[in-house]
Design a protein around this ligand. Structure first.
Ligand SMILES: C[S@@+](CC[C@H](N)C(=O)[O-])C[C@H]1O[C@@H](n2cnc3c(N)ncnc32)[C@H](O)[C@@H]1O
Length: 215
């Protein structure tokens, strides 16, 4: 299991009943049994092929009696009160928001939702905040030069500094963000109209804010 999935797993409560949505290979589900001693893991996928690949890995690990595999869309395959925590990793942020929006009763019934979006992270943060979830903790993980954000949402506030804020990856993470925004700005600078837009000013402001955070 890579650093990204390990960072997701660190936020799961030992012994909890957990759903791994979009399990694919099933690596997270397997480690949740092995490392976190989870009482129950429901591993789901919308597509048959990935679900079959996870089935093979789960059988190889000898956990076929401990992991419940379900085929279906998002949280629709879950019942209220059968799980405590949900993990959704490796999917796009907009898709994650759609999955959560489609099953408000399940979202409202769990204690923790751990999310690692591949993009549109702010959309996920916004949606969770609107639904009265707090950021309990968050972290960064790097795999093949890509830095991923992992956020653990809970019904409770945590006033301790987050793992992300203390991560050795934080500076590199902000630098990468600045470079990305700078590329957009450079592209916009080629048009005399684009540099007069609000978006241009917003990006410049965001770059200054990020620079201030790393200096
Ligand atoms: C890129 S893989 C991520 C696998 C694993 N969670 C990880 O982080 O390594 C995304 C998986 O999500 C599944 N998926 C996509 N949309 C889904 C949905 N609406 N509900 C459940 N699974 C979905 C895909 O079939 C695929 O197996």
């Amino acid at each position: 299991m890579d650093a990204r999935l390990k960072a997701v797993m660190q936020f799961v409560t030992k012994g909890a009943r957990v759903a791994d949505i979009g399990t694919d290979h099933g690596y997270l589900a397997i480690e949740l049994i092995r490392e976190k001693n989870c009482e129950k893991v429901i591993a789901t996928d919308k597509n048959k092929l990935p679900l079959e690949s996870s089935r093979r890995n789960i059988i190889d690990a000898g956990f076929q009696d401990k992991i419940d595999l379900r085929l279906g869309d998002g949280l629709t395959v879950l019942k209220i009160d059968e799980i405590d925590e949900i993990c959704i990793a490796g999917l796009g942020g907009s898709l994650i928001v759609d999955i959560l929006k489609n099953s408000p009763k399940i979202v409202n019934s769990v204690k923790k939702i751990i999310i690692q979006p591949m993009n549109a992270v702010d959309k996920v943060r916004e949606f969770m905040q609107e639904n009265n979830y707090f950021i309990y903790d968050e972290d960064l993980a790097e795999v093949d030069e890509i830095i991923y954000e992992i956020i653990c949402f809970s019904r409770f506030k945590n006033n301790l500094p987050t793992k992300k804020s203390q991560s050795i990856l934080l500076k590199k993470f902000y630098q990468k963000k600045i470079e990305k925004l700078q590329r957009v700005l450079d592209e916009m600078s080629k048009s005399s109209n684009a540099i007069k837009t609000e978006k241009y000013l917003e990006i410049r402001k965001k770059i200054s804010e990020l620079e201030a955070m790393i200096n």
